[in-house]
Design a protein. Structure first.
Length: 185
């Protein structure tokens, strides 16, 4: 009986039939998780690109003078134009603009007209998008303050779906921000 048990164990140790199935059973779940991860991180990157473009479109629309004969506060109209352009860009990218929210923490910029006052999110009257105009921006070439412009920033939610990981059903907030020098009318 001992010899039969030994010979059976020796035969099983040398035998390779079914090894491919065992290897596939070990490797396929890992490969599947990697593919899911690539897909979901790709989706997050796609949303990041879309909301960044939306913020840029909003800043571009708010910076350009479009109404030189309008009455009232032109800066409020520029900010409203920025909000509308950003929402249109998000809708075009098949994103829901109502899911956007103010960035946390609020960006702190100084007002161009009164450099001692901190500019908070306002303008455009939208509860989801942070538009700051006229804001004192930093010149990227010199690092000096002094460029008067507009800032559009917001956050957009993204939810991962990666089963058996800590990222499963985790909601993250992707931040988009764009700043642009305002043009003179």
């Amino acid at each position: 009986m001992r010899n039969t048990l030994r010979s059976s164990l020796r035969r099983l140790a040398v035998e390779t039939r079914g090894a491919e199935i065992a290897e596939a059973a070990a490797v396929l779940p890992l490969m599947f998780m990697m593919l899911l991860g690539i897909f979901w991180f790709g989706q997050a990157f796609s949303i990041y690109g879309a909301i960044t473009r939306a913020a840029q479109e909003g800043a571009r629309a708010g910076a350009a003078p479009y109404c030189t004969t309008c009455s009232g506060n032109l800066l409020t109209k520029y900010a409203a134009n920025a909000v509308q352009a950003a929402k249109t860009a998000m809708t075009t990218a098949k994103l829901d603009p109502t899911l956007a929210k103010y960035p946390s923490p609020d960006p702190v910029l100084f007002d161009c007209l009164a450099t001692t006052v901190t500019k908070t999110c306002s303008g455009g009257g939208d509860p989801n998008l942070c538009v700051q105009a006229p804001a004192l921006l930093t010149d990227t070439n010199t690092g000096q303050n002094g460029v008067c412009g507009i800032s559009v920033s917001f956050q957009y939610p993204f939810q991962f779906w990666l089963p058996f990981t800590s990222l499963n059903k985790q909601r993250i907030w992707i931040t988009a921000s764009a700043r642009l020098r305002m043009e003179n009318p």
